[in-house]
Design a protein around this ligand. Structure first.
Ligand code: IPD
Ligand code: CA
Length: 272
C-alpha cells in the first residue's frame, strides 16, 4: 500500500500527463494536413520515419510538463533524454503509430508515462483520431474514456481457449529483426484465431486491456512504446513478460492472467 503523500503525488503526475496528452492530441489533429504527411527524416532504418508534427508534438509535451515539473527528467522518442533531480522521469512517445499518421490510417496516439525511481506509476494514452483516453495509476486500476463519457474501468477478457485468441503484433523497422518476427508469427498463426498488425504498440496494449485483442507479442519495443501501455495493460488484469519476468526491447508479451502462462509458453515455442 502506498503512503498518502505518494498517492497524492502520483495522482498529480497523472493529471499533468493527461493534460499534456490531450493538448498534444488536439495539436496533432489540427496540424495534420489532408492526404499523406511526408517524413522529415528517418531513424533506425530508411523505413522508420519521423515527421515535423511528431517533433512539434513532443516539444509541446515537454514544455507543458516542464512548466509544472521543472526538476523532472524527460525521455522522448524524438528529442532524447534530459536528466532531472526529482526522481520522476517522463517517458513520452508524441505519436505512436507514425506510419499510420503519415498515411491517414486512424490508429495513432500520444503516450505519456511517469516513472518514479524507474517504476511507471502513472500513464495515459490518447488516440489522436478518436479522442479515446486510456489512463492508469499503479495499484488503482486502468480506465478508458470516450467523448464526454465518464471513465470506465478496464478489465481484460480471456478467450475461451488460446486457439480463439486474436493476437496483436508488430514488425520492427530493422530488416533482420522483422524477418525473425515474420518467421515466429508464421509459426504462431497455426495456434491462434488470427493476427492483427494495427501499427501502434501503445494502442495494442490498450486493446488487450479493453478486450479488443486477446493478447500481444512484439520484439524491439522502446521504453516510450511500452511505458504507459504496459501500466494500463497490467492495471486491467493483463500479465506482461519478456524473455524473463519483465518486458523489454528484446521481447514484450502480454495476455490476460488466465491465459498468460499458456500464451507465453506458445510464443517462446514459436521462436520469438
Ligand atoms: C512503432 C509502433 C509500431 C511498432 C513499432 C514502433 P512509432 O512506433 O508502435 O506498432 O510495431 O515497433 O516503433 O515509430 O510509430 O512511434
Ligand atoms: Ca513515435
Amino acid at each position: 500500500m502506498r503512503r498518502g503523500l505518494l498517492t497524492a503525488q502520483v495522482d498529480e503526475l497523472a493529471r499533468i500527463a493527461l493534460t499534456a496528452a490531450r493538448a498534444a492530441a488536439a495539436y496533432i489533429r489540427a496540424a495534420r494536413p489532408a492526404g499523406r504527411v511526408a517524413a522529415a527524416q528517418t531513424k533506425s532504418s530508411p523505413t522508420d520515419p519521423v515527421t515535423l508534427i511528431d517533433q512539434a508534438a513532443e516539444k509541446l509535451i515537454r514544455e507543458s510538463i516542464g512548466a509544472e515539473r521543472p526538476h523532472d527528467g524527460f525521455l522522448g522518442e524524438e528529442g532524447g533524454g534530459t536528466a532531472g533531480s526529482s526522481g520522476v522521469v517522463w517517458v513520452v512517445d508524441p505519436i505512436d503509430g507514425t506510419v499510420n499518421f503519415m498515411y491517414g490510417i486512424g490508429a495513432y496516439a500520444v503516450s505519456i508515462g511517469a516513472e518514479i525511481d524507474g517504476t511507471v506509476e502513472a500513464g495515459c494514452i490518447v488516440n489522436a483520431v478518436t479522442g479515446e483516453e486510456y489512463t492508469a495509476v499503479r495499484g488503482a486500476g486502468a480506465f478508458a474514456r470516450t467523448g464526454d463519457g465518464a471513465p470506465a474501468r478496464l478489465a481484460a477478457q480471456s478467450p475461451p481457449s488460446l486457439s480463439h485468441a486474436l493476437v496483436g503484433t508488430g514488425f520492427n523497422y530493422v530488416v533482420d529483426i522483422r524477418l525473425h518476427q515474420a518467421r515466429a508469427v508464421t509459426a504462431l498463426l497455426a495456434h491462434v484465431r488470427d493476427i492483427r498488425r494495427n501499427g501502434s504498440a501503445a494502442l495494442d496494449l490498450c486493446a488487450v486491456a479493453e478486450g479488443r485483442l486477446d493478447a500481444y507479442v512484439e520484439q524491439g519495443l522502446k521504453p516510450w512504446d511500452l511505458a504507459a501501455g504496459g501500466l494500463i495493460a497490467r492495471e486491467s488484469g493483463v500479465r506482461l513478460a519478456g524473455l524473463g519476468a519483465d518486458p523489454d526491447e528484446r521481447l514484450t508479451i502480454a495476455a490476460p492472467e488466465p491465459i498468460a502462462e499458456e500464451f507465453f509458453r506458445l510464443v517462446r515455442t514459436c521462436g520469438f
